[in-house]
Design a protein around this ligand. Structure first.
Ligand code: ARG
Length: 398
């Protein structure tokens, strides 16, 4: 009896030609697992293509709910952005995909897992580390790491083997998408000086005029978005709605050069309208309800968490502990943030919470002011004492 192998199948070029290649090079049955994380592709068509190309079985797994609950929301609560910008859509999906693949391997009694990552990217690290952390005995095969083909050569290979794929030589971009964002690479984007062509954008295609704008109120409960304009919604619907709403204004685009884990720089384009708006709204709500020390300490670990997610270290003891801290910090992150969406831009224009730590009477400059100015003088005297003393002793400050 031949071996069994679980393939992380996306329906894209790499994993489709991989089905054929795996069968040619390993004595194995290929089981293609398609994981639905909200990518708008035609999964049924991808399913059919997997079977046509020779997979013995194919599965479509709807993992959207788990993705939101255990990956998107935790990273929203931690305000994660890699290198201060990238909202990590691709990166947070990988540990979940790894988990589902390992579960399938156990269910099907398969000893191998294959994925379509190349030797240059971050995703290979996230998959390999994720899979090995869950089951060290599984053999990982990454055809694209062994079989060095350009995208053009892959397309040729597909043609020669009569494999039905969904790319033409013209659309040469490599795209990864899920509910939290869309990541685009390759083509002319590989030159950091070359401006992205409009054709690459899908979620942030502008449908509004320059003078159009609208408000949207986002309600949060313990750090999680629960309603838009007072209407409670299922998490996936809320994210989708916000992607459409903000995307229509051209909001959520990001063009950056980032440092990959394996040491090279890459130019990436991202579209993440809902993620951008929710992160900003969430951060602003935290500013209203969290005390200064917690807020500032949280900033420190947010960049650490972002880096760990990017580096494929989701399933690690440190990550678990840091995420416990983040979860704990969200107890009072409940309230409403008002966003104004406009042409290629948005801003937070209001925020309120039953747990607001903002005290109007202390903050105001009008006649309801209750702040006692004499406290300030004494406080500042003591705060600045160390430097006053140095100066008195003839030491030069600054
Ligand atoms: N650079 C991003 C990351 O490592 C996105 C990679 C997305 N892949 C793609 N095929 N566009 O998370």
């Amino acid at each position: 009896m031949s071996e069994k192998l679980i393939l992380a199948y996306s329906g894209g070029l790499d994993t489709t030609v991989a089905i054929k290649w795996l069968q040619e090079n390993y004595d194995t049955e290929v089981i293609a697992v398609l994981i639905d994380l909200g990518q708008p592709e035609n999964l049924k068509d991808a399913y059919d293509r997997a079977i046509e190309t020779g997979a013995s079985k194919s599965y479509i797994i709807d993992a959207k709910e788990e993705f939101i609950k255990n990956y998107i929301y935790p990273s929203l609560k931690a305000n994660t952005r890699y290198e201060k910008k990238y909202t990590l859509a691709t990166a947070i999906a990988r540990p979940l995909i790894a988990k589902i693949l390992v579960n399938f391997a156990h269910k099907e009694n398969a000893k191998m897992i294959a994925h379509g990552c190349t030797a240059k990217g971050n995703d290979q690290v996230r998959f390999d580390v994720g899979i090995k952390s869950l089951d060290p005995d599984i053999k990982i095969i990454a055809p694209m790491r062994i079989w060095k083909l350009s995208r053009e050569e892959e397309i040729e290979y597909a043609k020669k083997n009569k494999i039905r794929i969904n790319v033409t030589k013209k659309s040469i971009y490599s795209i990864d998408e899920n509910l939290w964002g869309r990541s685009i690479e390759c083509g002319n984007l590989e030159d950091p000086w070359s401006e992205p062509l409009d054709e690459i954008y899908k979620w942030s295609k502008i449908k509004k005029n320059e003078n159009e704008s609208q408000y949207v109120d986002i309600s949060f409960e313990k750090g999680e978005p629960v309603a838009l304009d007072g209407e409670k919604m299922l998490p996936a619907d809320l994210i989708l709605k916000l992607n459409n709403m903000a995307g229509g204004y051209g909001i959520g685009r990001l063009d950056m050069v980032e440092n990959r884990l394996i040491g090279i720089k890459s130019r990436e384009i991202y579209e993440a309208p809902a993620a951008e708006v929710l992160l900003e709204a969430h951060e602003q709500l935290e500013s209203l309800v969290l005390d200064r020390e917690l807020l500032h300490y949280k900033y420190l670990i947010e960049s650490k968490i972002s880096e760990m997610i990017y580096y494929g270290l989701w399933l690690t003891p440190l990550m678990k502990s840091l995420m416990k801290f983040v979860e704990e910090s969200q107890e009072y992150v409940t309230g409403i943030v008002r966003i104004k969406l406009g042409y290629k831009n948005f801003s937070v224009v209001g925020r309120k919470s039953e747990y607001s730590a903002y005290d109007y009477n202390l903050a105001t400059y009008d006649k309801s002011d209750i702040f006692d100015p004499k406290f300030s003088e004494s406080f500042i005297k003591i705060w600045g004492y160390p430097y006053e003393i140095l100066a008195k002793k003839g030491r030069k400050n600054g």
